[in-house]
Design a protein around this ligand. Structure first.
Ligand code: HEM
Length: 325
């Protein structure tokens, strides 16, 4: 695999990735010695919905790459989630996630996993830049979270920017169909580095109910989709300057004033009742990864390189334990 000219791989990267993986795995095994093993991150699902990903017909030629190369409508499965490793009430501040799986995508892929081979996945979260710059800091954060009070203090005192991100990215929302989501990490689009975002098209805006149920985000989505469809615009932001919009620092926000998101597709979620046993089961058992991807949309940067190994290995583990696939 050729690196992008701005990708830099440190000689310790492989060790950081192995350490993160070992820590996440042992935590999962320790916390779930029997019964169903959930995802390590984003275990609480609000719903798996059926959707369509409609490529716009007015794209400039240099955006017509990969899934965006032709005017086409892809069928998609879309999973909404809370990020926290424990399934907690939705009123707790958290980062929220959306994972798209486009079906029947033809072209050269980065994975040969048989259950993902025909897919293009896009994973986005409700904050516009990541908590950590790279995998070394992420490994330090995982170590600190799992470690003693002194280890926690040691890490967070020396990484005030991570503390700031934790404070500002964890939020309460009223309805997962009505918020913006961002890829945070960059991806290839031909020769360009790009980031993605999903912006909701909102007619009416929900508020957090006065006495919310623990799963009020699922209930808000259900209520909306039983009565009306939902829509998001998928945007692509091209890197305009490698210094202010770096590839190897996922904590830096690529400013929209410097390079706006170009609308390239519409995610249409038709009216439906997604809250069925069958759909919920499917959502639990599916696996998403930014590396379930066409080669022309390859994930970039150390956080993404780590995700290649971590998502594959953790999803294999939980699916093996749960007797799936
Ligand atoms: C080194 C950094 C990261 C690590 C180690 C990590 C780890 C994980 C793991 C282990 C899962 C569960 C995989 C499974 O069992 O199927 C997951 C899910 C997820 N991650 Fe990450 N993650 C990282 C960074 C990110 C970033 C930057 C985003 C931003 C978009 C993100 C978004 C998501 C989403 C949306 C899901 C839920 C997917 C689903 O619905 O199944 N993660 N992550």
């Amino acid at each position: 695999m050729n690196l992008h000219p701005q990708e830099v791989v440190s000689s310790f990267e492989v060790q950081y990735i192995a350490d993160v993986l070992a820590r996440l795995k042992s935590q999962l095994v320790e916390e779930h010695p029997s019964g169903t093993m959930p995802r390590d991150a984003h275990p609480k699902m609000h719903g798996l919905v059926e959707a369509e990903f409609v490529i716009h017909d007015d794209l400039p030629d240099d955006y017509k790459i990969g899934v965006f190369s032709q005017v086409k409508t892809f069928k998609a499965g879309v999973r909404f989630s809370n990020a926290n490793g424990a399934a907690q009430p939705d009123l707790k501040r958290d980062i929220r996630g959306i994972a798209l799986k486009l079906k029947q995508v033809v072209g050269e892929k980065l994975t040969d996993e048989p259950d993902c081979f025909e897919n293009q996945d896009f994973l986005l979260i409700s904050t516009d830049s990541f908590l950590c710059d790279g995998i070394q800091t992420f490994d330090g954060m995982v170590k600190a979270i799992q470690g003693s009070l002194w280890q926690k203090l040691g890490f967070f005192v020396t990484h005030p920017s991570v503390v700031w991100k934790l404070v500002t990215s964890f939020k309460v929302f009223a309805n997962p169909l009505q918020i913006r989501y961002f890829s945070c990490t960059p991806y290839l689009l031909g020769n360009h580095a790009v980031k993605y975002c999903l912006t909701p098209v909102i007619q009416t805006c929900d508020f957090v109910p006065p006495e919310p149920a623990d799963n009020f985000l699922r209930l808000a989505m259900k209520q909306q989709l039983l009565n009306a469809p939902a829509e998001f615009v998928f945007g692509i932001q091209r890197q305009a300057n490698p210094n202010t919009m770096p590839i190897e620092d996922a904590s830096v926000l690529w400013k929209e004033t410097q390079s706006p998101f170009m609308p390239v597709a519409t995610l249409r979620i038709p009216m439906q009742n997604f809250d069925t046993h069958e759909r919920n089961q499917l959502g639990e058992n599916m696996r998403f990864s930014p590396w379930h991807s066409l080669t022309v949309h390859r994930p970039l940067g150390s956080i993404n390189r780590a995700r290649r190994i971590v998502y594959h290995s953790i999803s294999e583990l939980r699916r093996r334990v749960n007797g799936v696939g």
